[in-house]
Design a protein around this ligand. Structure first.
Ligand code: C5P
Length: 249
């Protein structure tokens, strides 16, 4: 059970544009981070590491603590299997779900239909369904080398974003460096969530296509995902506060 007791002095306001990635496998660390940031972070991301170790109860607990959950499981399988996985994700209360756009248009359409059907049945609003384009841990060289692709990385991202939009998805997960081309092709209402965000003072880790939080918002990101610069910081509260100050400047 996530019990949130709030006692820190706040200097910045709650901001839905920041999603904090809870990349932990230990419920104790999750509870501590959520408790620490609860006064100014409303969105948290549950990814493969945490979900695999705790199971769906982590989503239910965060929702029970009135937090919004981006369930980042990046489904990629045959359409019927992904449709079923998305149905389960909607049923446990995820507010945003993602699937790999490279799984194909039929897979994305089936996933979208499934999200609509389950939401209707449960009488809840449909969570945002996003397509993952190309992981932000790849750069031009690794993308073209690993996939023997003649397309450039940004052409591939734009192509997958257009496919996701055609399949009825609400938006995509993409690097901040590709926001401009996605906006051009998919328009202003398409939802763009960007990981690969690094405040100037943080290390890159395995991320290769990065921008600062302010640059990502200025480039047109609707929401940014930040993990290690907050969760591995000596003072997570202060690291979050600095990011929020920066995006609100
Ligand atoms: O620690 P860091 O800020 O790099 O965390 C970024 C988070 O966003 C990780 O949980 C990672 O799985 C996720 N992510 C990503 N690139 C994508 C999609 C999700 O880095 N294309």
């Amino acid at each position: 059970m996530l019990v949130i007791i709030w006692n820190q002095k706040l200097t910045v306001r709650m901001d839905n544009r920041l999603i904090v990635a809870l990349d932990f496998d230990d419920l104790g660390q999750v509870t501590q981070t959520v408790r620490e940031l609860s006064g100014f972070v409303s969105w948290f991301k549950v990814g493969k590491q945490l979900f695999t170790s705790t199971g769906p109860c982590i989503v239910e607990q965060l929702c029970g603590a009135e937090k919004s959950v981006f369930l980042d499981l990046k489904f990629h399988d045959i359409p019927n299997t992904v449709g079923g996985a998305v149905a389960s994700a909607v049923a446990i209360g995820a507010n945003m779900i993602n699937i790999h756009a490279s799984g194909g248009i039929e897979m994305m359409k089936t996933a979208n239909r499934s999200a609509e059907e389950v939401s209707d049945k449960l009488g809840i609003s449909k969570p945002k369904l996003l397509g993952v384009t190309v992981l932000t841990s790849m750069n031009q060289a690794t993308f073209q080398g690993d996939f023997a692709s003649s397309r450039t990385l940004s052409e591939q991202v734009a192509y997958l974003a257009v496919c996701a939009q055609e399949a009825g998805l609400d938006g995509v997960v993409a690097s901040p460096l590709e926001i401009e081309i996605i906006r051009k092709r998919c328009g202003a209402r398409f939802w763009i969530v960007t990981p690969g965000v690094r405040p100037k003072s943080s290390s890159l880790g395995d991320q290769k296509r990065v921008m600062t939080p302010r640059e990502a918002i200025d480039a047109g990101a609707n929401q940014i995902v930040v993990g290690r610069p907050i969760t591995q910081a000596v003072d997570s509260f202060q690291a979050t506060e600095l990011i929020l100050e920066e995006i609100n400047k």
